[in-house]
Design a protein around this ligand. Structure first.
Ligand code: CDP
Ligand code: MG
Length: 725
């Protein structure tokens, strides 16, 4: 096979000689980009494995790593061995040499942009540096994260490093789960929570520093936060200038793992960009020769190939979602039983959001001697969480992203090809501690065809939650909001229209009472509408239960080897009216046996997901109580009411049966098919309502229930009056 080099690679930063920082790089000179573009460099070669000689050379490089670590003197208080180890780890991170200059820059500037390679220590260290420098004297240091798992995990780690129990000096706050307290000095939170807090604290006065992390991901919420905190910083300064002594300035720190930071800097008044380079060992890339039809299968084969042929070191597989991860976990366990006895164990370690903390901690612990771990993750492992000891990366080339098609007005969770910059990040994960291998389960040509960078979510997604948040935060004219990338006018208008149809906005586009309530609900606008409606229709109990059931991918498990049996078991719960009530029946049956594990196994119920459902239900009940609703209100056996109630939020997710037996969506006139996992699969009903529309090979609807078409105009008089009268 031929060896082709793309992107060569010999430069200072490939040498693992500790860290280097290039501070004082003021924005706008293109040279600043050149100076650091080498950071992500690796040996990008394709088509063949590392030769023995190359391996030896790389080994040699590894050995040249400086052994002596910088040691700051420990404090006077007695330190346990654990604390000492943590301290040693902290001081050995690449970012440590930049500690003082980071503190100085943040003290001297209102906004600072910090770019640093994944794993260099940005998220765990910078908040601590700022704390140590006294920047939490007038308020909490907050760190926003796009992902819940990351917020939890990092808070836990930093609490340990700071040496106080989680929830004291260091805490986290995510939807449905808040460990932080008034006294928390460092708080990790999802960007969604920060947006929510804005509702009650418009100047975010409880914060002295806001660190917007993972800025390169450009999620919708981060983007909104950019605009909000920028405005808040200005407002606070104006108040201070007018003599308000009780208000302190707000510091903004933007952190990113990719190099294109100019855009952030430009947006924040030309803020200074600091570059921190980490350690990066060469990573050899191996592409597949042929395109793969089933990347899950290919990943499985590759993992076992690595396990049997390659030197010790853990494997990281990038998959697209929880369901896939769990499938893979089972497959690995199944296949592992066929390994020859001389080969050590291969231990699958999944990581995803709905996972309890001790399970999650497992991924950070070393594999027992003679075994190998295989981490199964989504793109959370790309830049948010650094998992130690990874030598092998298997990149499926896919991820799931929320997309929004402004033309047909649907939101869908698509499995999409990643960008080149994601592919490079994934590859980089193999070279953190030693030279590594990255197996790309796609051809070199497919790589060449990938987009350079991911498109910011704001350009793709459903804006409704965002608009509600903006409106509720006092920004009436969303079309004039200071977006870093302005969403399309048509997208904005469509969202405004949907919110109007949901009665969240009035004729003038102002937030209605319903809208104000919806903005405070911890669920997306259609679900919020369902909850509000459930109060009137007296079915809050059922609405909460079904929404909780819809919060997981699926509560059913269907192992491919036992599909028949699983289907049969499910018949017991199936409602003729479709999935919403089928889910409810299943939950009732589950509770009648008190969640018995054997029962779950016999009935092919995913008990882990069920426990998550119960957790969400608990939170929603608490939320309903707090907002003055009665979560016990029930419609008893008259369950048709519940479907009508859901229609109040999902009237746009409806489709009518056509003479040819297909369904056509009411919005956009799209031909949709009922997903095979639905209880209405293969059934012909006059009209259907669905929870989500997923595009895979075609447009599938999931979470489907049957309707009578005359319910539609009752559910949304404004909407259907306007369009279909
Ligand atoms: O944010 P950035 O990617 O620059 O790095 P970080 O998340 O602050 O991680 C710094 C180091 O802490 C990495 O070497 C991680 O492996 C380590 N870490 C850990 O050992 N356990 C955790 N729960 C989190 C981070
Ligand atoms: Mg980070």
């Amino acid at each position: 096979s031929s060896v082709r080099k793309h992107n060569d690679t010999q430069n200072a930063t490939t040498k693992p000689n500790g860290s280097k920082i290039v501070p004082d790089k003021v924005l706008s000179s293109s040279s600043s980009t050149t100076a650091v573009s080498s950071i992500s460099s690796t040996t990008e070669e394709t088509g063949q494995r590392l030769s023995k000689k190359q391996k030896r050379q790389l080994q040699h490089q590894q050995d040249s790593r400086p052994k002596k670590l910088i040691n700051k003197e420990p404090t006077t208080e007695a330190m346990t061995q654990k604390a000492k180890d943590l301290k040693k780890h902290r001081n050995s991170l690449p970012i440590f040499t930049a500690r003082d200059i980071i503190i100085k820059e943040v003290k001297e500037n209102a906004c600072v942009v910090i770019v640093g390679e994944t794993g260099s220590g940005k998220t765990t260290q910078i908040p601590q540096y700022l704390l140590e420098a006294g920047l939490a004297a007038h308020g909490t240091i907050s760190v926003t994260q796009p992902r819940r798992v990351a917020a939890i995990n990092l808070a836990r780690r930093v609490a340990e490093e700071v040496g106080t129990p989680l929830g004291q000096k260091v805490g986290y706050s995510i939807r449905f789960d808040d460990t932080s307290s008034k006294d928390s000095l460092i708080k990790y939170m999802t960007d969604g929570i920060m947006l929510r807090e804005l509702l009650s604290d418009r100047l975010l006065l409880r914060y002295s520093v806001i660190i917007l992390d993972e800025a390169h991901e450009r999620t919708l919420r981060t983007d909104i936060l950019f605009g909000m905190v920028k405005g808040i910083q200005k407002q606070r300064q104006e108040l201070i200038d007018r003599g308000r002594k009780d208000i302190q300035p707000l510091k903004i720190v933007i952190m990113s793992a990719t190099l294109d930071a100019e855009k952030f800097s430009e947006y924040f008044y030309g803020a200074k960009i600091m570059y921190i380079s980490g350690r990066q060992f060469p990573v050899k890339i191996l592409n597949t020769v042929e395109p793969q039809s089933d990347y899950v299968d290919s990943a499985l084969v590759t993992a076992f190939q690595i396990h049997q042929d390659e030197a010790p070191g853990d494997i990281l597989i990038f998959l697209t979602g929880q369901e896939e991860i769990e499938n893979m976990e089972k497959l690995i366990e199944e296949y592992a039983t066929d390994l020859p006895p001389t080969v050590g164990k291969l231990i699958p370690c999944p990581i995803f959001a709905a996972q309890d903390t001790s399970t999650q901690q497992k991924i950070f612990e070393p594999a027992p001697h003679g075994t190998r771990k295989v981490i199964l993750a989504t793109n959370i492992a790309e830049t948010s969480i650094t998992i130690p000891n990874i030598r092998y990366v298997i990149d499926t080339g896919c991820h799931k992203s929320r997309g929004y098609n402004a033309k047909i007005g649907i939101e869908s969770l698509l499995v999409e090809p990643i960008s080149k910059s994601s592919a490079r990040q994934r590859m980089g994960r193999a070279g953190r501690e030693a030279p590594g291998l990255c197996f790309r389960l796609y051809t070199e040509d497919s790589f060449d065809q990938l987009e350079e960078d991911a498109i910011p979510e704001i350009k793709r997604c459903n804006l409704e939650s965002a608009i509600l948040s903006l409106k509720a935060s006092g920004i009436d004219d969303v079309t004039r909001f200071d977006f870093m990338d302005r969403p399309s006018k048509s997208g904005l208008l469509r969202s405004l229209e949907h919110l109007y149809a949901l009665e969240a906005l009035d004729d003038e586009g102002k937030l209605t009472e319903i809208g104000t309530k919806m903005a405070a609900f911890p669920v997306d606008p259609p679900y919020a509408k369902v909850l509000l409606q459930s109060e009137k229709m007296e079915c809050t109990k059922e609405a909460i239960e079904i929404i909780s059931l819809l919060s997981v991918d699926t509560i059913f498990s269907a192992p491919s080897s036992k599909r028949e049996e699983a289907n049969e078991a499910r018949q017991k719960f199936t409602s003729l009216d479709g999935d919403h009530l089928t889910l409810l029946n299943t939950l009732r049956a589950y509770e009648s046996v008190k969640g018995d594990r054997d029962w779950c196994r016999e009935n092919f119920i995913n008990s882990r997901h069920m426990r998550h459902v119960l957790d969400v239900r608990k939170q929603l009940i608490q939320f309903a109580e707090r907002s003055g609703m009665d979560p016990k209100k029930t419609c008893g056996h008259d369950l048709e009411i519940v479907l009508k109630c859901f229609l109040a939020g999902f009237f746009q997710n409806t489709a009518l049966l056509q003479p040819d037996g297909t369904y056509k969506s009411i919005l956009g006139g799209l031909t949709v098919s009922v997903h095979p996992s639905s209880s209405l699969f293969g059934k012909k009903r006059e009209a259907i309502m669905y929870d989500e529309l997923v595009f895979t090979t075609k447009h599938f609807v999931r979470g489907v229930s049957a309707l009578e078409s005359n319910w539609l105009s009752q559910a949304a008089p404004k909407y259907f009056g306007q369009r279909h009268a």
